[in-house]
Structure formats: structure tokens, C-alpha cells
Design a protein. Structure first.
Length: 679
């Protein structure tokens, strides 16, 4: 299957891939697995690059690496460079110093095809939101470029030494090893690596990011595409089975797009479905009837501009949402999708095509083209380096209001330094007293529990001499529950956090136990231990709260009559980066304090706190505190108080927010502590 002819069906498959990604990134919930479009692209690349090499080698007996890489540069670099340049200009006009500084790193790494390492290296719970990363999508381009760098060399060597059979074996071994590596590293643990070098093993502790961003864990996807080249297919040999292959392949991809979600282990074994589906579509692209689904004019036209559409869509989404600050609606999302297609066509027509096929530009020698590419990269790398090494050109920003200036003083990263739980021992430990090991208050939960540390220590622990112990992890800390997520070993972490708390509780007969969670988030991630599936069915969130009711009752029983307090979810800031609104360059003006006055009923936690309240009300001896009573009044919620920012990011309380909230609930907490257990 390696005749050198144009395959319109492959371009049609590209259209499915790019539209899946664009609609997913735009935020249309129906396309929850649209990210698999990238994996389809990897299969296509594996097939096309291998086919190109095999055909050239079979026709000429040789392969020109210089011609290959120049063709790749002509195909990819002009549109990429324009994307980087325009993104830099928009970033200069819009991004805060902090975001502009890290954008310098994005720019540098994207220019040299290493951005997948950049984004992998900065992964973590409090990592900067994807909505503030205009070049995040270039990670996949870097993976492809790294594949282009290594695969031709390996393929030529094996073809010459081992022939087709040796190459086929190499592909099978490569696919198997890549998949095996996904299994081994998915949870961030490798016994062999830990034995050889604990330091190196620590670099890969975020298993989900490791297998997602790094090229070795994507090799099997390229390999599936490459294997197709060695699958013999006679001209006109199709029939009903080819029609069946096409339909099956498309259904496999579409099932992945509509039914996969971001909680799944990925790529790993889950990527096999869309990748094998893509392989089936490529193999059966000539199917007489079903093949029309990918060979029609609309699909092929979108496929032809898919590279440019992919390049422009993400920066367009990021910069538009950054400019708007507040969450965008469905019409805006649809408009951005259409704009991505329009801009993608313009870049294809006036940038991609002229550099690939224009006579004047094509006449430039390989050396001359290489010199131009390097010169342009250096031209953009110099300002990027100064950004990354400096404070993000702070001279672009207006002077901060005095209260906010005082709040952010000596804070390099506000969302980290000013988080209400920053500066304390994690995940378990005493924040006040504890010398005798007996607690007055034990707090369990996730980061929405930890955010109370500043307020509880300063307003309850120290002034009232209370011993306060915290035990936290990013899961609902109730017996029998874990988190359905491959990013960490939650099956170990979640029970251990509860065990740590129970050790203190069992020697503290008068302790009051508080649980606080980002309930609206965690309820969608929670799973019964050993079930292998989330409790939330994707539709009925109230049912999910009722599902965890037995775990709440069991914990109450474990507490042996001690007072038990459940704190609901906080309203949130309404924007992802409230401080950033005040720090934006002076080229645009915003009324930041007005932007963050939100309707109470529209806050995500509003309805869910009601579900939680009803759950708690049905159980004797459990108290419920609704944070909305502290942050909201008259149907509206606030994210600032007396000129100070109450949130360190979109949903976590800042140190001032922690003080603000605890100050408003401390009397109720103290009253509960002084009362006789109600159970």
C-alpha cells in the first residue's frame, strides 16, 4: 500500500481530526474526547512519512535526508513562524507580566520543537491554567518534529539491513515497547527507574503528563500508521469488507470523540481505539461507497487547510478569552470555530501554498532556506529570551491600587504565594499547637480544605489556643472513596489521608472534625474503591451526591459521636485570574471590580451546595456551613473585599480570602466546638 498517489481520503480524515480538536478546545461539551484528533494526526503522519521514504527508496535506491528536511521545513515552518510572531504581538498587548514572562518560555521552546518538554516540565496541580498558554497546542507539533528527526534514520537503516520483514518486526517491537512504557509510567512510578536513580524517577512522578507529552509514549501511534505501508493491497481488491473497515474506523473515531473524557488514562490503551480506527479509514480510503464520507469536497477542503486551522485555533481561543476575562457563551464559541476555519484558510492560501509551491520561493536553495529559517528563529528568540529571563516587561502595566499592591508585595506568583494554604506542611500536619498530639480541630479534604489554614491559624488557633490538625489530598476524604484519575495513585493517597486524620482523631476525644472540598469538582471525579469507574454518570449530579451518602454516614460512625462539620463549596472568583485583570497592559482598560460581581444562582457551587445541604440534613449530628452566606448577599457574590482580592485563582481562596471567610464562620465553629456532640 505504498503507491505514490494523492489520497483525498487522508485529507478527509484530517478534517475529522482537526474539527474534533477545535470543537473540543472551544468548549463544546459534546466533544469531550475531541483531543483524540491529535492521535489521529499522529497515525496519519506515521503513515505518510513512512510511505514517502519507502517510495523514494524503492524508486531511486537512495534517500536524500537534506531534501526530506527541507520539504518538511517548507511545509511546516512558514505558517508556524507567522503563528509565533502574531502570538507574540498579541501577548505583548494583552498578557500580564507573569503570563508574558512564561510566554517567553513557550515561544523559545516552540521555535526549536521542544515545547512538549516545556509543558511537561511545568505540569502540576497549581500549574498555570491552559487558558493562559497561547502556544500550548504546539506540544503535538514538537512531538511530530521529534518523530521526523529520528524515524527516517531508523527506517532507512533497517530497510537496508533487514528488508521489509525486519522493518515490520521493528515496528511491532516499537509499538509494543511504547505501549508497555505507557502502562509502566501511567501512575508516575517505576520500580526499576527508582532503583537506578531516585532523582530521575522524581522527574516522572506526574505520570499522566509524562505519557501525554513525551514522544516515546506516542511512538505506538506513529507506528500504527507506519505499519499500514507494509500491508499489501491490490488495486481494485476492495469490496464489502473495505466498506466495513471504513465504517468501523469512522465509528471508532467518533465514539472516542463523543464518549471519551479528560479523566481517562491517555494515551495508553485508550488511544488504541481512535488510532486503529484511523488506520482502518486510511486503509479503506478508496472504499466505493463509505469512502465518500472522507473523499467528499467539503471534508477534503477542510483537510487541506487542517494544519493552518490547527495552528491558529488555539491562540485565537486563548487570546479572545483572555481579552474577555469573563467566561464566553455558546455563540462566541461557535464564532471562534468559524473564525478559526476562516483564518486557517487565509494562512493556507497566502502562506502555506506560496512557500510550498510558489516558483520564486521554491527557487531558494536549501542552504539559503535554512539560513532564512534560522535567522527568523533568532529574531524571535532574542525578545523571547529577555522575557523569560526578566519580569515580563512590567513597564507595560499600570500602577496597582495601593491595597492590591500591598497584598501582592514580594509575591512572585500570586496564585501560588498568596493561596490560603501556602506556607504550611503538606499534606498532613499541625498548623497550630499539637505538641501533645491531641487536637481540638481536625480538618480533612482537598485544596479547598487546605485554603482555610491561614484563617483558622490566625483567627482560631492562635487567639483561642486551639490545636488544629490538617490532612488533605485532592479527593473526597470519606471511607471507601477514591478518585477516578490516572494522574496519581489516588487509591493509595486518599485512604492514607483519612488514616492519618483518624490517628489524631482517635486520641482526641473532644475534637471537632471539619471536611471541606471542591465538591462541584470532586463529585465528578469520585469513585468507589475498586470499582474502576466514576460515581457520576455524566448527567445526574444530585444522584452522585446520594451515592456518597453511605460514606458520609460511615465516617460519622467512625468519629464516635464527635462533632462533624461539612463546609460547602465557595462561589469562586468568576474569572480565572482576578489579579491579572489589574495587571493587564495599559493598552486596554477594564473595570475589574465590576467584572467579579457575580449572580449567586449562576455560580457552579450554588446548586451543588443545596444538594450537599440536603444530604447532610438527612443525617443526625452533622452540621453544614454554606460559604455562600459569607461571600454573597442580595443575590450576588463578591470576589473582593475592601479592595483586597479574595481568591488566588478562579476557585481557591487567597490568604486574605481565607481570613475573610474564617472570620465570618469562626463564631459558628466555636459554638459547635463548645456544644455537646449532637450524635
Amino acid at each position: 500500500m505504498h503507491e505514490k498517489k494523492y489520497l483525498p481520503g487522508v485529507d478527509g480524515l484530517r478534517s475529522i481530526a482537526v474539527m474534533s480538536v477545535v470543537l473540543f478546545h472551544a468548549g463544546f461539551s459534546a466533544f469531550g474526547g475531541g483531543y483524540v484528533g491529535v492521535d489521529v494526526f499522529f497515525v496519519i503522519s506515521g503513515y505518510l512519512i513512512t510511505r514517502l521514504i519507502v517510495v523514494e527508496l524503492s524508486q531511486t535506491g537512495n534517500f536524500s535526508f537534506s531534501n526530506f528536511y527541507v520539504r518538511r521545513a517548507r511545509r511546516l515552518f512558514p505558517a508556524l513562524f507567522l503563528t509565533l510572531l502574531v502570538s507574540f504581538c498579541l501577548a505583548f498587548l494583552l498578557l500580564t507580566p507573569q503570563h508574558f514572562q512564561r510566554f517567553g518560555g513557550e515561544l523559545l521552546y516552540s521555535g526549536v520543537s521542544l515545547s512538549n518538554f516545556f509543558f511537561w516540565n511545568e505540569s502540576g496541580y497549581f500549574n498555570t491554567s491552559a487558558d493562559f498558554k497561547p502556544l500550548l497546542h504546539t506540544w503535538s507539533l514538537s512531538v511530530e518534529e521529534q518523530f521526523y528527526l529520528v524515524w527516517p534514520i531508523c527506517l532507512i537503516f533497517v530497510l537496508k539491513k533487514g528488508g521489509r520483514l525486519g522493518t515490520f518486526i521493528l515496528l511491532l517491537v516499537g509499538i509494543a515497547l511504547s505501549l508497555f512504557a505507557n502502562f509502566v509510567m501511567a501512575d508516575g512510578k517505576s520500580a526499576l527507574l527508582s532503583q537506578l536513580s531516585p532523582l530521575v524517577a522524581s522527574w516522572f512522578k506526574d505520570g499522566a503528563s509524562t505519557i501525554f507529552f513525551l514522544t516515546p509514549f506516542r511512538v505506538f501511534e506513529f507506528g500504527i500508521g507506519a505499519t499500514l505501508v507494509f500491508c499489501k493491497k491490490k488495486e481494485g481488491s476492495g469490496g464489502w469488507w473495505e466498506e466495513l473497515l471504513m465504517i468501523s474506523g469512522l465509528l471508532a473515531i467518533l465514539y472516542s470523540v463523543f464518549f471519551f473524557n479528560e479523566l481517562m488514562v491517555f494515551p495508553s490503551y485508550n488511544a488504541l481505539l481512535p488510532c486503529l480506527g484511523a488506520a482502518c479509514v486510511i486503509y479503506a480510503a478508496d472504499a466505493r461507497f463509505a469512502g465518500i464520507l472522507v473523499r467528499n469536497r467539503i471534508a477534503v477542503s477542510i483537510g487541506l487547510i487542517s494544519y493552518s486551522v490547527y495552528l491558529v485555533h488555539w491562540p485565537l481561543l486563548v487570546f479572545y478569552k483572555y481579552y474577555r476575562i469573563i467566561p464566553i457563551g455558546g455563540l462566541e464559541k461557535g464564532g471562534l470555530v468559524i473564525a478559526s476555519l476562516g483564518l486557517g484558510y487565509l494562512m493556507y492560501r497566502f502562506v502555506e501554498q506560496p512557500f510550498r509551491h510558489g516558483k520564486r520561493l521554491k527557487s531558494i536553495s536549501k542552504e539559503g532556506y535554512g539560513f532564512v529559517c534560522v535567522s527568523l528563529l533568532l529574531a524571535i528568540a532574542l525578545p523571547a529570551a529577555t522575557l523569560w529571563a526578566s519580569s515580563g516587561w512590567e513597564w507595560r502595566t499600570p500602577e496597582l491600587p495601593p491595597t492590591i499592591a500591598a497584598q501582592v508585595k514580594d509575591s512572585k506568583q500570586f496564585h501560588l504565594d498568596q493561596y490560603g494554604g501556602a506556607g504550611f506542611v503538606e499534606p498532613s500536619g499541625w498548623i497550630s499547637g499539637g505538641e501533645g498530639g491531641v487536637a481540638d480541630i481536625v480538618v480533612i479534604g482537598d485544596s479547598h480544605a487546605a485554603q482555610l489554614k491561614t484563617g483558622l491559624k490566625e483567627l482560631v488557633g492562635l487567639p483561642y489556643g486551639k490545636n488544629i490538625y490538617f490532612s488533605t489530598a485532592s479527593c473526597i476524604i470519606l471511607p471507601g472513596l477514591t478518585r477516578f484519575d490516572s494522574s496519581a495513585d489516588f487509591d493509595s493517597y486518599c485512604p492514607q489521608v483519612l488514616n492519618n486524620a483518624m490517628e489524631v482523631i482517635n486520641r482526641s476525644p473532644n475534637a471537632t472534625i471539619i471536611i471541606a472540598e471542591a465538591w462541584a469538582f470532586q463529585i465528578r471525579m469520585v469513585s468507589w474503591f475498586g470499582s474502576g469507574k466514576p460515581i457520576f454518570d455524566g448527567k445526574n449530579v444530585q444522584k452522585a451526591y446520594m451515592e456518597i451518602s453511605p460514606a458520609m454516614s460511615r465516617l460519622k460512625d467512625m468519629l464516635g459521636g464527635r462533632n462533624f462539620v461539612v463546609i460547602g463549596g465557595v462561589p469562586g472568583a468568576g474569572v480565572g485570574d482576578l489579579l491579572g485583570c489589574f495587571l493587564r497592559p495599559k493598552y486596554f482598560s477594564y473595570d475589574c471590580e465590576s467584572l467579579v460581581v457575580m449572580e449567586e444562582a449562576k455560580r457552579p457551587a450554588s446548586a451543588e451546595n443545596k444538594f450537599l445541604h440536603d444530604l447532610v440534613a438527612s443525617k443526625k449530628g452533622i452540621y453544614f456551613i454554606d460559604p455562600f452566606s459569607a461571600f454573597c448577599s442580595g443575590g450576588h457574590c463578591r470576589a473582593m473585599d475592601d479592595g483586597r482580592i479574595l481568591y488566588s485563582d478562579g476557585y481557591h481562596l487567597s490568604k486574605d480570602g481565607s481570613r475573610f471567610f474564617v472570620n465570618r464562620i469562626k463564631d459558628e465553629i466555636l459554638r459547635i466546638m463548645a456544644s455537646r456532640p449532637a450524635g
